[in-house]
Design a binder for this molecule. Structure first.
Ligand code: 3PG
Length: 391
């Protein structure tokens, strides 16, 4: 990085954090932005923070970044100013008045249609504010927007520290991983992860499927899943995924015992049974103990683990047990040095934290959609632009 004293640096961060009653309810993404902001500020840069919040189509008071400045200030432990737009004369004047080392949050980039359109005129307006561009928002890198992609082409561009750490971890997990590689893919619906599954069967040695999506695979194989969540119309698609897996030498693990209940409710009366014994009025809500043990045994033979999605209805006790048990096995194997483990996606991070093993995994990504697109093997526009546009 060049001499930054007194220079203005536009930093794309992801301040799209969960809020409740006007307060940040999970500050993980704020903490992730701290190393880059602190390093730039320490080097005397004027740090201008760009981000989206929510999905507004134009100016929308419910999506203002204003509350993010004090929240970030708490995590950063230094003052953070806020300016009520992200381009234009008011912002230019505010930047001119900043001292070396100052940090300022600019208003939501999505208040301007030029952001999502990646409009060159809007990119130029943003670029006027800064001497350099740093992208530290891996979690928004799947968007080809002005602040995530366009700016990298018009200013000297660099990856921030979180972005670099994220890319290094992901490269180790699926770029050039140590085999055998296991992927755990859970969540409610196969339809939302078809591209992930189709790509993974050609990349990993073990594909462990859980959550509602496992029901669709079981049903496609002729198992009666009762009133479980199931996308019956996707049977041909999942059978094709299984065929591809076989051709690629990937072992697909589906549960053979499951926890079932008649109601989708916490602590509903439940029992564990073989997948062939689910009654017509029962639904599958978690993996059984034997299924978890089998996955754990397979995981013990692996060197790398990539995890996205919970294995059961983890938000309701006791149907969190399968996810918690496998997460603990993954965490313990990582801690003993045998496994490199990477997890991502909002629900996944919540599930790992619920199991108390978030900090035991090698790397937990703050990204949702970007993590999934990376698991699909897609190039992310924000990352690609940094490679092409790097100063
Ligand atoms: C996320 O929360 O996954 C990122 O901030 C991207 O948000 P988006 O899906 O609204 O682009």
């Amino acid at each position: 990085m060049p001499d930054l004293a007194g220079k203005a640096v536009l930093v794309r961060v992801d301040l799209n954090v969960p809020m409740s009653n006007g307060y940040v309810s999970d500050a993980t993404r704020l903490s992730a932005a701290v190393p880059t902001i602190a390093a730039l500020s320490d080097r005397g840069a004027k740090v201008l923070l760009l981000s989206h919040f929510g999905r507004p189509k134009s100016v929308d008071a419910s999506c203002t970044m204003a509350p993010l400045a004090p929240a970030l200030s708490d995590v950063l432990r230094r003052p953070v100013a806020f300016v009520g737009d992200c381009v234009g004369p008011t912002v230019e004047a505010a930047v001119a008045a900043m001292a070396a080392g100052d940090v300022m949050v600019l208003e939501n980039t999505r208040f301007h249609t030029g952001e999502q359109a990646n409009d060159p005129a809007f990119v130029a307006e943003l670029a006027k504010l800064g001497d350099f561009y740093v992208n530290d928002a891996f979690s928004a890198a799947h968007r080809a927007h002005a602040s995530t992609e366009g700016l990298a082409h018009v200013l000297p561009a660099f990856a921030g520290r979180s972005m670099e750490a994220e890319l290094a971890a992901l490269e180790k997990a699926l770029g050039k991983p140590e085999h055998p590689v296991a992927a755990v893919v859970g969540g409610a619906k196969v339809s939302s992860k078809l591209d992930v599954l189709t790509h993974l069967v050609t990349q990993v040695d073990h594909l462990m499927i859980g959550g509602g999506m496992a029901n669709t695979f079981l049903a496609a194989r002729g198992v009666d899943v009762g009133k479980s969540l199931c996308e019956h119309d996707l049977a041909p698609t999942v059978l094709d995924i299984l065929k591809r897996a076989e051709a690629a030498g990937c072992t697909v693990h589906l549960p053979y015992d499951v926890v079932v209940a008649k109601q989708f409710a916490a602590n509903a009366p439940h029992r564990t049974c073989n997948v062939h014994e689910v009654a017509a009025d029962e639904m599958i809500l978690d993996l059984g103990e034997a299924a978890v043990e089998a996955l754990g045994d397979a995981l013990k033979t692996c060197r790398t683990l990539v995890w996205n999605g919970p294995l059961g209805a983890f938000e309701m006790e006791p149907f969190d047990a399968g996810t918690v048990a496998l997460a603990r096995i993954g965490g313990a194997l990582t801690q003993s040095g045998g496994l490199l483990s990477v997890a991502g996606g909002g629900d996944t991070v919540a599930a790992l934290n619920h199991a108390g093993v978030g900090s035991q995994f090698t790397y937990v990504s703050t990204a949702g959609g970007a993590f999934l697109e990376w698991m699909e093997g897609k190039a992310l526009p924000g990352v690609e632009a940094l490679k092409r546009g790097r100063a």
